[in-house]
Design a protein around this ligand. Sequence first.
Ligand code: DQA
Length: 147
Amino acid sequence: WRILVVNGPNLNMLGLREAHLYGALTLEDVEQLCRQRAEGLGASLAFMQSNHEGVLVDRIQQAREDADLVIINPAAYTHTSVAIRDALLAADKPVIEVHISNIHKREPFRHHSYVSDIAVGQVVGLGVAGYGYAIEAGVAYLNAQQQ
Ligand code: DQA
């Protein structure tokens, strides 16, 4: 399977920003974790981050051609971006939404996600390990769909 992991704005600052919420690991560490998990499951991995909504939209659209599953932490765009939601719908691939922190126990404006109702599921509040769980769950989902 071909897995695309998409990371939204400010996630390039992982390990530096608000470590009490997001932990000490960097985005590079997260990429490594994802690569190991995907490889262990025989899947290939593309991993990207951007601070720019349009760049994220462009990459998500490409998933229509080059991915079987999209794992996305849209970061702040989770709560604002109809464009990212529409790109995910256009890509027409199963989506798993990841948040490092538990958005439901934070400010009310983080409680709504434009992605949740079009996702297969969410991994929320379990730290960066959530990316690994999402990969495992995503591969299990794809395998089940194939049967
Ligand atoms: C986040 C939660 C968002 O509310 C926030 O804007 C982020 C990160 C998370 O992974 O917990 O940047 O998506």
